[in-house]
Design a protein around this ligand. Structure first.
Ligand code: UDP
Ligand code: MG
Length: 322
């Protein structure tokens, strides 16, 4: 007997959830007939949805015994959802996928084959295009991957997604990384192992709307940088050294100039420019230090990554009224 756990983080997905359930059930049934002895567990993580996602999950788990769910006490973010899923999955293999059908379930049999029979520890998809996404968003995304791969030892593949099929061994190593500021794309790559990338064309959301605004994605990308690179800290020192050098040259220049031509009250614009420039540099570098300090501060609090309010095992009467 082999068990595959499918982890699905959900945040306000009431529109797409029934569609997703139908699609994934088709795939699971097909795989069950093709591979006797294979079983599934569908583990939904309700990340504090404000719509009727939780109600749907209760219904699904009541009618289908392979459906489990974990419901958070509030919205903790997709990273926390994925972590909770990995921590609670029982499978020999674990799949992480989105609820909006942007990660087509048809790829699961192929991924299973790569991991089970072809010596890979992980199979994942890579978008070859960003069809249906705004131009500015794609541009920023591409730049992010470029910068990130320059300044970080951990390779982050452009277009790689959180749609993954992993062996138990890889899941356990991911779970051993208990950091609070989680950036999964980096974590998946940091733990190593053999990863197979399957290329596919971007698919648009089946229903509902994305929860990721441009601003949220931008902040997430900063998380990624601070979590997997300390180059910005070195950048602060380098900028400091450069401005020291410049000021040293300026000092010599001014001394010689004063000795040769005497002193008169001039150069007000130069001074103002220099003050603003150096002030700006200092604030910028302090900002970088602040970023790392704030991450360290959050890590040192050792807060839990998520808080569970309800699961499929919670007695019915406990939540009937809300
Ligand atoms: N999601 C989540 N918590 C959040 C935001 C999103 O669990 O705070 C889930 C969401 O339900 C979906 C997946 O993460 O299954 C990807 O989200 P979305 O489709 O909104 O992102 P996009 O595909 O636009 O990047
Ligand atoms: Mg999506």
């Amino acid at each position: 007997m082999e068990l595959i756990s499918i982890i699905v983080p959900c945040y306000n997905e009431q529109e797409v959830l029934p569609l997703f359930y139908d699609e994934i059930t088709k795939t699971m049934n097909k795989m069950r007939t093709d591979n006797p002895g294979l079983d599934f567990e569908l583990l939904f993580i309700n990340d504090g949805s404000k719509d009727s996602t939780l109600k749907l999950l209760r219904e699904l788990s009541a009618k289908d015994e392979c459906v489990r769910y974990i419901s958070f006490s509030r919205n903790f973010g997709k990273e926390a959802g994925m972590f909770a899923g990995l921590e609670n999955a029982n499978g020999d293999y674990v799949v992480i996928m989105d609820a909006d059908l942007q990660h087509p379930p048809e790829y699961i049999p192929e991924m299973y084959d790569y991991v089970k029979n072809k010596g890979y520890d992980c199979a994942t998809t890579r978008r070859v295009n960003r069809k249906g996404e705004s131009k500015i968003r794609s541009w920023f995304a591409r730049k992010f991957y470029k910068i990130m791969n320059k300044i970080s030892q951990t390779e982050i593949v452009d277009g790689a997604q959180d749609y993954r099929f992993m062996s138990r061994q890889m899941v356990d190593s991911i779970l051993s990384m208990k950091e609070y500021n989680r950036f999964s794309k980096g974590i998946f790559s940091w733990v190593g192992f053999n990863t197979k990338y399957i290329e596919y064309e971007n698919v648009e959301r089946a229903a509902g709307t994305t929860a990721w605004s441009f601003w949220k994605l931008f902040l997430y990308s900063l998380d990624g940088i601070t979590a997997f690179s300390t180059v910005p800290l070195a950048l602060a020192s380098i900028l400091g050294i450069i401005s020291c050098l410049i000021s040293f040259i300026m000092i010599i220049f001014i001394i010689i100039k004063t000795l040769a031509f005497g002193e008169d009250v001039q150069g007000y614009p130069t001074i103002i420019c220099a003050i603003f420039f150096i002030g700006g540099l200092q604030l910028f570098c302090m900002g970088i230090l602040g970023q790392y300090l704030s991450k360290t501060y959050l890590e040192s609090k050792r807060r839990p990554i998520y808080i569970v309010k309800e699961t499929e095992k919670t007695p019915r009467n406990k939540y009937e009224e809300n």
